[in-house]
Design a protein. Structure first.
Length: 552
């Protein structure tokens, strides 16, 4: 945490040097001493300090200054730091003004010049004021601040990006006290929300994700002209591949279009991962893996989307959105899957405004003491229900089947049955979402009787399975009828495989129909859809990459 500030203002340079010297002699170990001879300069700096999350403990201002009187300065400084202590430096002839200021600006003390010796006339006063200030002091958040409305799709996208990329931030609702203050101080119009304040005090209105990533250093330039291997997708499989690749000396680039961790990264609790008997969150697993990968030297681009792969002799050209090109010898595709979209009326309208695909972690706090619904009966839905039950008054899981046992692990079912505010509603589906600016109600149908009834709903979380992210692949990479990438022996089933494959050997186990391009994790046909198996496939893919590189 940065040191709180003691701010001194006096237009007399000699007096300013004296007060700054005495303050530094006594308080420099615990406070930062700022001083200026210009009241206007001091005021202009307060906005930047406020935006950066700095704390001001005391203002010490001269009364007679040409730009404005000290009382006027302290009055304006209150708009930025109302809790800061206020001290006026006065001559004997100004004591009447100082006494009046006690009522006008809630002046805490006035000091007459000179204050020698400071041990008797300055330090006891400042010590007392600092002790009083510290008793009520709560440090401001140092880091990124995001201001917006809770049920704003734009705000939701930014929150998901920041949390997914493990970037600490403070969410401030635009109607909160601190949110209102920052909006007013920076003259922000409501139409410009959401607004993000970076740690350096700069801000951006309705920012694009790519601009946020660039500002906080998540999207650096590519360092190497030619990589040994590029891993596309930073879910568990991609992270594992990057760790093993870099640790074994290969020049490795990891590209992620959204945030590392994939769907597993959004999980509130993974309880069946080997070596963690009490479980761990998807964010924790992701943080550990990203740290491990970058420590071994992996270059990481996020958010960046790959729009095409072209093969040139023994090299592969990766073309990013924006047409930037990257050359590599081998590729591992680990793009995973996306949540399937629910096409029910009203769902698209309120997506990001009460309706979310996944996102239990980032939006859970807004569900406090409310009733929420979950659509889906898989493990992701069960983990979300357990997490949301800590915030919501009631969590209702809606499934079409008559039991969770078809699609959910038994340990999760047992946990859900033991939580009093979670209900499993079988034979149910959402037929319409309704509301004004945000989701307010759901029309729910009993699939067995056809009866439709209406429930008030603060939020709806959707977990209805997933589809592979493979639309961007060229025709030379064979995918099955469900969009998953075929690898290894399974490629022999496709009649056009021989037209594509030109090597004498058969494809390796995780190799696609294009030599040197591999697939691992959920995007691969036949994958087990478990975190542990994805990690295993990612690491296994690198062993095949080594074999391939030895051939070329």
């Amino acid at each position: 945490m940065n040191q709180p500030i003691i701010f001194a203002i006096d237009d007399d340079a000699q007096v300013l040097r004296a007060i700054a010297r005495d303050l530094k002699n006594k308080y420099r170990n615990d406070y930062r001493i700022l001083s200026t001879s210009s009241a206007k300069e001091a005021l202009s700096s307060l906005l930047e300090l406020k935006n950066k999350g700095e704390s001001v403990a005391i203002f010490i201002s001269d009364q007679r200054m040409p730009e404005m009187e000290g009382v006027d300065f302290l009055q304006q400084a209150k708009e930025f730091y109302d809790d800061a202590k206020k001290v006026l430096l006065t001559a004997y002839s100004d004591t009447d003004a100082a006494i009046k200021a006690i009522n006008d600006v809630k002046l805490d003390y006035y000091l007459t010049k000179p204050w020698d010796p400071p041990e008797e006339k300055l330090y006891p006063v400042i010590d007392d004021l600092l002790d009083d200030w510290q008793n009520g002091f709560h440090p401001d958040f140092k880091g990124i601040k995001l201001i917006g409305y809770q049920f704003s799709p734009k705000s939701h996208v930014i929150k998901e990006f920041l949390s997914g990329n493990l970037v600490p931030y403070l969410w401030l609702d635009a109607d909160s006290e601190e949110g209102i203050q920052l909006i007013q101080l920076n003259n922000i119009e409501i139409k410009d929300l959401p607004v993000i304040f970076f740690e350096d005090g700069t801000m951006a209105s309705s920012p694009q994700i790519i601009d946020i990533a660039t500002h906080i250093g998540l999207n650096p330039e590519v360092k190497n002209e030619v990589y040994d291997v590029v891993v596309i997708g930073a879910g568990p499989a991609g992270l594992a591949a990057s760790v093993y690749s870099s640790s074994e000396g290969l020049k490795t680039l990891l590209i992620e279009r959204k945030a590392p961790g994939g769907q597993a990264g959004t999980s509130s609790r993974i309880e069946n991962y080997l070596g963690f008997p009490t479980g761990l969150s998807g964010a924790d697993l992701t943080r550990r893996a990203v740290t491990q990968s970058t420590r071994f030297g992996t270059d990481f681009l996020s958010p960046q989307s790959v729009k095409a792969i072209e093969v040139q002799d023994n090299y592969k050209k990766i073309i990013l959105e924006g047409d930037k090109e990257i050359m590599t010898k081998a590729i591992v595709i680990t793009t995973g899957v996306d949540y399937r979209q629910l096409t029910t009326p009203g769902i698209q309208k309120f997506t990001g405004a009460g309706i979310y695909y996944g996102a239990a972690n980032t939006e859970a706090a807004a569900c406090k003491n409310n009733v929420v619904f979950i659509v889906g009966g898989g493990n992701s839905a069960g983990q979300a229900a357990m997490y949301l039950s800590k915030f919501a008054r009631q969590v209702n899981i809606l499934i079409r089947k008559d039991s969770l046992s078809y699609t959910m692990s038994s340990y999760l079912i047992d946990q859900i049955n033991g939580v009093s505010n979670i209900s499993v509603c079988t034979g149910r589906e959402v037929v319409e979402a309704k509301g004004n600016e945000r989701l307010e109600q759901l029309n729910i149908q009993n699939v067995n009787t056809g009866e439709v009834y209406t429930e008030d709903a603060a939020a709806l979380y959707i977990f209805i399975g997933a589809k592979p992210f493979t639309e961007w692949l060229s025709a030379d990479i064979i995918i099955n009828d469900k969009g998953f990438i075929e690898t290894g022996r399974e490629l022999q089933r496709y009649n056009h495989f021989q037209k594509i494959w030109k090597l004498e050997r058969d494809p390796y186990l995780l190799e696609t129909s294009c030599a040197g391009i591999f697939a691992a994790g959920d995007v691969r046909a036949g994958a087990m859809n478990r975190v542990a198996s994805a990690v295993g496939e990612g690491s296994m893919a690198i062993s095949f990459v080594h074999r391939y590189l030895a051939e070329i």
